[in-house]
Design a protein around this ligand. Structure first.
Ligand SMILES: NC(=O)c1ccc[n+]([C@@H]2O[C@H](COP(=O)([O-])OP(=O)(O)OC[C@H]3O[C@@H](n4cnc5c(N)ncnc54)[C@H](OP(=O)(O)O)[C@@H]3O)[C@@H](O)[C@H]2O)c1
Length: 251
C-alpha cells in the first residue's frame, strides 16, 4: 500500500504524544525527529552517539519545536536489563507511550552468502532484528496504556523481494516483515496498530554506502520523506494495521 510523502504537517497535530524513535541522531531519524517535534510530539530520541543526539536536540529546540528527550543506547550491546530500565523510565515519567518507530539499522556488507563475514552477520541481525524485537517486547505494556498507539518497523525493498548480495541486511528486513505481521495479528483487537514501512531511496549515509558511485541529484533527501511518518503517527492513519507500506515520493 502506497503512502504519499507529500503531507502538510499541522502544528500540534501530535500534541501530548510520546513517541520513541531509534537512530534519531542522523539520516532519516534526524528528519523524523524534527518533523514529529514540529507536530508537537515529545520524541524520545534513542541513539548510540550522544554528541549526535545533542546536535539534533539543539536543532529542535532552536526551531522552537517540542523539546525531545535523549536516551543514549547502543542497540548492539543492549541487554534485557537496558530495555527494562527504559520501560520503567517511560512509565515513571509519562505513564504511557503512543508511538514506537524502529528506524535504526546497519547495512552490513554487500557479499555473497557463501562468503559473508559471520561476525558482521551477527551484528546486523542484532541491531536490525533482535534489538527491535526486545525493545518492542518491553514497550508493549507501555504502549498498551495509550488510547491510540502505533508501532512502525522500517523495512526495504530487499526485505520484500530477495536481491543477491544484500546478505544479512536483506534477511533482517524479511524477518522484520514477519515480526511486524505476526505482531499486528496478535495485537489486532488492541489499541496498538502495527505496520512495516519501506521508505524507498533517500540520500543518507546508508544509501551512499550501498551505492557509492551513484549520482545523488535525483535521490530525495530524508527531509522530503519524513512528513509521511507524521501522517503514520497521526489519527488520520488510525485504521492501518498489518500493512506493508511504501512511501511514495512526490515532489
Ligand atoms: N536510505 C535509504 O535509501 C533507505 C532505503 C530503504 C530503507 N531504509 C531504512 O530506513 C532506516 C533509516 O536508514 P538511513 O538511511 O537513515 O540510515 P543511516 O543514515 O545509516 O542511519 C542509521 C541510523 O541507525 C543508527 N544505528 C546504527 N547502529 C546502531 C546501534 N548499534 N545502536 C543505535 N543506533 C544505531 C545510526 O546511528 P550512528 O550514527 O551511531 O551510526 C543512525 O542514526 C533504516 O531502517 C533503513 O534500513 C533506508
Amino acid at each position: 500500500m502506497n503512502i504519499s510523502t507529500h503531507y502538510e504537517i499541522s502544528k500540534n497535530e501530535l500534541k501530548d504524544k510520546i513517541i520513541l524513535l531509534t537512530g534519531a541522531n542522523r539520516g532519516f531519524g534526524r528528519a523524523i525527529t524534527l518533523d514529529l517535534a514540529k507536530a508537537g510530539a515529545s520524541v524520545i530520541m534513542l541513539g548510540r552517539d550522544l554528541g549526535g543526539l545533542e546536535t539534533v536536540y539543539d536543532e529542535v529546540v532552536g526551531l522552537g519545536y517540542q523539546q525531545p528527550i535523549l536516551h543514549p543506547l547502543d542497540l548492539e550491546g543492549a541487554t534485557p536489563e537496558h530495555y527494562q530500565q527504559l520501560q520503567s523510565e517511560i512509565l515513571d515519567n509519562f505513564g504511557r507511550l503512543d508511538g514506537l518507530i524502529h528506524n535504526a539499522a546497519i547495512i552490513g556488507t554487500m557479499m555473497p552468502i557463501e562468503q559473508y563475514d559471520i561476525k558482521l552477520w551477527y551484528s546486523t541481525l542484532q541491531i536490525n532484528l533482535n534489538a527491535p524485537f526486545m525493545l518492542t517486547q518491553f514497550l508493549i505494556p507501555v504502549l498498551s496504556q495509550s488510547v491510540d498507539a502505533r508501532i512502525l518497523f522500517f523495512s526495504s525493498s530487499v526485505g520484500r523481494e530477495a536481491r543477491a548480495y544484500w546478505g544479512a541486511y536483506g534477511v533482517s528486513k524479511f524477518a522484520i516483515e514477519g515480526l511486524s505481521k505476526t505482531l499486528a495479528e496478535e495485537l489486532e483487537k488492541t489499541n496498538i496498530k502495527v505496520n512495516s514501512v519501506d521508505p524507498k531511496q533517500m540520500r543518507t549515509k546508508m544509501r551512499q554506502t550501498a551505492y557509492p558511485a551513484e549520482n545523488t541529484d535525483n535521490i530525495p533527501p530524508p527531509e522530503l520523506i519524513s512528513p509521511a511518518i507524521v501522517y503514520l503517527m497521526s489519527k488520520k492513519s488510525k485504521n492501518l494495521n498489518g500493512k506493508q507500506l511504501v512511501l511514495e515520493f512526490n515532489k
